[in-house]
Ligand binder design. Sequence first.
Ligand code: CTP
Length: 399
Amino acid sequence: MDNIANKKILLIISGGISAYKSLEIIRLLKKHGATVKCILTKSAKEFVTPLSVTSLSQEKVYDDLFSHESESKMDHISLSRWCDLILVAPATANTISKLSTGSSNDLASTVILASNKSIFLAPAMNVRMWEHPSTKENLQKLKNFGYQVIGPEIGDMACGEYGEGKMTEPLNTINYLNEYFQNIKKNKKFKALVTAGPTHEYIDPVRYISNKSSGKQGYEIAKSLNKNGFQTTLISGPTNLDKILGVNLISVNSAEEMFNATLENLPADVAIFSAAVADYKVKNKEKEKIKKGENIDLSLEKNIDILSHISNHNSLRPKIVIGFAAETNNLDKNSKIKLSEKNCDWIIANDVSDSSIGFNSDFNEVSIFYNNMKKEKLPKMEKSLLADKIVKKVISQLN
Ligand code: CTP
């Protein structure tokens, strides 16, 4: 637990029966050398008293957004700047719902909205509430912003039912935070660059050529790099995905813009080229909207291959260069050709002919081809999990 020592933790306790476990979280954090300040929501005070919290934390307890004393010191800003991270434990269904809409009608939600720090949620609720599609959707939204979720666990609940929704045990929560601080310490010196999404190659001001890429896999990789402590830049073509807190997002349209943004953001220790860059651009892009007439011929010219350019560059090449291969046939053969022609350390290949994986899906099934000619086939899994696996491999290679 060495990594907890001297850290500043802001613990937000929301109103659920598991709030009693939050007292143990405070005790353990203090035992391992952290400073802990706590915010209690209005309903949390029905479950634990400010007196217990202040006695254990040895700090003032914060609870009211509109007190003269607190607001003269701008608590909602100063608390979010003071801490190294924010832990919401328990995070009730109501708190998760409020946070997912950006609500800020009390100190807890305002501090989170104003925060520039990593946010961890330890959900706790009845199994039916946990399984409700609205809770799932709200939590997914928060995950997309880069919030990290600890648990919940499966077991007997205070309400007498059994299932998933129990707040993770305090010791496991502390272990999770300890590992987070350890990763930050180990990886904060590393710079990562990720390209994601499709590119739009304009024909005229309103029409373009593009492809089906959603950008999801690249965004998940950027999210995972960020939570593992990397200084992460994400160069993204047009997508519908949320901005990830803590990641430097550069939005581009065309392959040419993506190439320029990539050059501007090197050097990096690792570059992961997950974008589905359009291979061609329109040769003579019209300045005005083309009027409907007879058939037209579009003349296309090749775009620069960003991955190839960088990985074959003497001075710009990052230590680890990872490319993707989207294939509908001859996956092994084509991936191996890309691995060698594009001078990559690994190629992550997926079969995009199956619509349950790859483009637009939340799932992916890939094979990784390494430059030592080894191949690793991974089972179908969520893109977020695959991202974590890829980042874990990157970390072990860099260290
Ligand atoms: N790539 C790139 N710049 C391009 C084209 C591709 O950086 N102009 C990168 C992609 O980000 C990916 C890898 O090259 O990491 C392979 O992309 P893919 O579309 O599978 O292959 P292509 O090289 O475009 O070849 P083809 O379309 O013929 O399969």
